[in-house]
Every structure is written in structure tokens, then in C-alpha cells.
Write a protein that binds this ligand. Structure first.
Ligand code: PA5
Length: 437
């Protein structure tokens, strides 16, 4: 109860930030940079779609994605950090399992997706180039960099453009779609190549808050995901965040629980405990969001993504008996896409599984979740559950927006500016100095 007024004040500040940003007025110095543009972006894109139809950004993104899907067997998405993690999270969560391995037909006519420009790993780049050559089909590049100057992505673009030129020749620009700011090195390069479609990362939408701009929407549309449903999920979360009272507000409640446990019990490690295989990349997206937004001024919880039941057999021991510095948030998806598979009877009952023959894998999962939560509860290890009835684009839109809002609310609560990442500059400066020696 003591936290409620502080949570409400933080929410009011976040809502005011969004309004201030939308008004175009200058932010006061203590709020710089004020990248609050992400907040109402889903609502804005949906309203523009309604108003402008085929001319709207959402419709243009879908048309570009369909064009790439028709022309290409594979799309290489180049980007790093906020220009990469969201697309990967959406792919793992919403595309069929083994997406790249199944046929294009089974993917609904959509291309395979590969990610590069998120490292400077020589052998990984060489292997992808080899793979694209071996596949022998046309392929495209979606290059995503807000600043347009990130070395990892820029170097990968130069390398992959060289390869693409060999196959696409003077049609090169048909096979390259950039997403970047309205100026900068990538913007200039894209113009020079002749790219007609250059998608914009809107001003005031920071990298790790950009998944629901063209940064995440273009790759999502290429994969054939329903980007309107994604935006609608986020818009619905905005409505819920703005109107529901603390105690019934998933954003404020998540922040409240995590903050109280950190402040009063020293729970400085925040586990995103995902169940099943679809949400690991989403967890990594959140790792970045939380770490880069609030890991400042010697503050900020340590995010850690867990995939269960897998990690019960690796980290689980420490979560049950290690230091009491963790708050565990389970993300539980209720409904599976496929028919439940039963363990089944066997004449070879050496494994003694016949007594569980009628049990299905979802039933085993439910028992694992209940058993793990009970074990934590019996030892006073704090857990919370976020229950997702079905994992689809709408649910992902809700989850992504929920955690972006939670991160900025928490920033206001602990007086940390969640935008900007001054600490990342140190390595870049040193790396460039070493490269130029
Ligand atoms: O959150 C951020 O701003 C960063 O993680 C960026 O997304 C990342 O550094 C990539 O930057 P850019 O899109 O400018 O290449």
C-alpha cells in the first residue's frame, strides 16, 4: 500500500513524458534524452493505417515484406542490440518451430531468416555466406541501424552487399531494404545504392524500445506475422496501463513486486523464467531492455533469462538453495498450438513410465510448474506468474509493451533516466582507437 502512491506518481510521469514528447516541446535537461516516442507508437501506427490505408507505414511495410517473400528464399537481417533482439524474439515466439528448416511452402511462402551484423564473428559470417550460396536461390538483406554507424552492422552490410552484388548485379537495390534514421551513414549509403524504400526509425524511439517500429515490424512482416495484431496487443496494453489501478495493473504490479523485493529483501537478480521453448529470445530482448535502461549510476537489477524445464537441470539448484537475491517471474503459456502428445504405453517398461502412459507433455509441464513454484514457496523464494492464454502476435504485443512500460516506470521510480546508454560508448571508443592504431 505504501508503494501505491509512488507507483501512481511514476505512471503519471510516464504518461506526461509521452505527451511532452508528442507535443514536440523540449524536454527539461534532467529528462534528456527523452525517447518516450515508443509509448504511443502502436496507437499512432494503427490510426495512420485507418486513415491512410495503402499509403500508411503499416501497409507499406506489408507490401515490402510480401515483395521480399516473393523474390527471395532467404532474408539476412543485419542489426545488433535493439535493432535485432526484437525481431528474433518475435520469430521464436510466433513462427513455427524449426522455421528455417521446414520448406518455404510450410512457412506459408515466407523466406528463411538469418541474423548477422550482431557480432564480428568471422567464421559465422563465412558460414552464412556459404549457406546462401549452397541454397542457390535469390536472397535479400534487411539492414537495421538507427544511427547507421554501428560498426558490427556496417561491416556486415559491406561484406554481404559484396556477395549480393555478385548475384543481383544491377538489381541490387531491389534486394536491400534499410531501416534507419532520416540521415546518417546508412541513409546516405542506401541512397547511393539506389534503395527506393528506406524505412525510418522515428525520432524519439530508442533502439531497445523500437521493436514496434519498422525495426521489428519489417522482419515480422517478412516472416508473415500479423503486424496489426501485434500493434493492437501493444495498444491494448497502453489502455490497460493508463487506466487500471495498482493491484489490477500488470505493469505497475510487476514493477511494484520487483522494486519492493529489491529494496526490502535485496533481490537484485531478476529471473524471467520462461516455460517451453518459444520465449528464450523474448527473455534476451528483456535482458537488454532492463540492463541497458536501468543499469546506471551503480543501480539496476541483473536480468537473467531461464528456459524451463531445461534450466531446472542447470541453474535450478542455485535458484532453490543459492543466495536469496532473486525474484522469479514465470511466463506461462496455457494453450499449445499442437495436439497434446501422450507418453504412451510400451512393452518395454524398464523406464517404468507405463504408470504415466496417459499423461501428455502439457500435463507434465503443468506439474513441473506447480512443483517448482511449490518448492520455491516452501523455502520462501519469491515467485510471480504471468499467464498468457495463447502465444500469438496479440499476446506478444502486450508482453513487449508491458515490459517497455514497466522499465520506464521503474526508471522514474528509482530516479534513473531509462533512455540513453552512455556506458556503451566506452568500448566503442576504445575499439575504434585500437582499430586505427
Ligand atoms: O538500445 C539501444 O539503443 C542499442 O542497443 C542499439 O539498439 C544498438 O546499439 C544498435 O544501434 P543502431 O541501431 O544505431 O545500430
Amino acid at each position: 500500500d505504501a508503494l501505491k502512491p509512488r507507483l501512481e506518481a511514476a505512471r503519471a510521469e510516464v504518461l506526461a513524458d509521452a505527451e511532452l514528447w508528442a507535443s514536440g516541446a523540449e524536454a527539461p535537461p534532467e529528462k534528456e534524452p527523452l525517447d518516450a516516442g515508443f509509448h504511443m507508437l502502436p496507437d499512432r501506427l494503427l490510426a495512420e493505417l485507418k486513415e491512410k490505408g495503402a499509403e500508411s507505414e503499416v501497409a507499406r511495410l506489408k507490401a515490402t515484406a510480401d515483395r521480399l517473400a516473393a523474390s527471395s528464399g532467404s532474408v539476412v537481417v543485419l542489426g545488433i542490440g535493439g535493432s535485432y533482439m526484437g525481431a528474433r524474439a518475435l520469430m521464436e515466439a510466433c513462427c513455427p518451430h524449426y522455421y528455417n528448416e521446414i520448406s518455404k511452402e510450410a512457412r506459408g511462402g515466407r523466406p528463411a531468416i538469418y541474423y548477422e551484423g550482431n557480432n564480428v564473428d568471422n567464421d559465422a559470417v563465412a558460414a552464412l555466406i556459404e549457406l546462401l550460396k549452397a541454397k542457390g536461390e535469390p536472397w535479400s538483406i534487411a539492414v537495421i541501424s538507427k544511427s547507421g554507424g554501428t560498426l558490427e552492422t556496417a561491416a556486415a552490410l559491406r561484406i554481404f552487399l559484396r556477395e549480393l552484388e555478385a548475384s543481383a548485379g544491377d538489381k541490387l537495390s531491389d534486394f536491400v531494404v534499410p531501416v534507419t534514421g532520416t540521415s546518417g551513414k546508412l541513409f546516405e549509403l542506401s541512397k547511393a545504392i539506389g534503395c527506393e524504400e528506406i524505412y525510418e526509425v522515428p525520432d524519439g524511439v530508442g533502439g531497445r524500445f523500437s521493436v514496434l517500429s519498422a525495426v521489428g515490424l519489417l522482419p515480422a512482416a517478412v516472416m508473415g506475422l500479423d503486424i496489426e495484431k501485434l500493434l493492437q496487443g501493444a495498444a491494448d496494453m497502453n489502455e490497460h496501463f493508463a487506466t487500471a489501478a495498482p493491484g489490477e495493473n500488470v505493469v505497475l504490479d510487476y514493477v511494484g513486486v520487483c522494486h519492493l523485493l529489491e529494496e526490502t529483501e535485496g533481490c537484485v537478480t531478476r529471473l524471467m523464467s520462461t516455460w517451453g521453448k518459444r520465449l528464450e529470445a523474448f527473455g534476451f530482448w528483456y535482458d537488454q531492455l532492463l540492463a541497458e535502461s536501468l543499469g546506471k549510476e551503480e543501480q539496476g537489477a541483473l536480468p537473467l533469462t531461464i528456459v524451463n524445464t531445461r534450466d531446472l537441470h542447470s541453474r535450478g539448484q542455485q535458484h532453490q538453495e543459492g543466495p536469496r537475491d532473486k525474484v522469479i517471474t514465470n511466463i506461462i503459456v496455457e494453450q499449445q498450438d499442437r495436439e497434446p502428445i501422450a507418453i504412451g504405453e510400451s512393452d518395454n517398461n524398464q523406464d517404468k513410465l507405463n504408470e504415466l502412459a496417459g499423461k501428455t507433455l502439457p500435463e507434465v509441464m503443468t506439474a513441473a510448474i506447480a512443483g517448482t513454484n511449490q518448492a520455491y514457496a516452501e523455502d520462501n523464494r519469491p515467485t510471480a506468474n504471468i499467464v498468457v492464454p495463447k502465444l500469438d502476435e496479440h499476446a506478444m504485443g502486450q508482453l513487449l509493451q508491458m515490459l517497455m512500460l514497466a522499465t520506464v516506470v521503474e526508471g522514474r521510480l528509482i530516479d534513473i533516466n531509462p533512455y540513453g546508454q552512455p556506458g556503451v560508448e566506452a568500448y566503442k571508443k576504445n575499439m575504434n582507437a585500437f582499430l586505427r592504431k
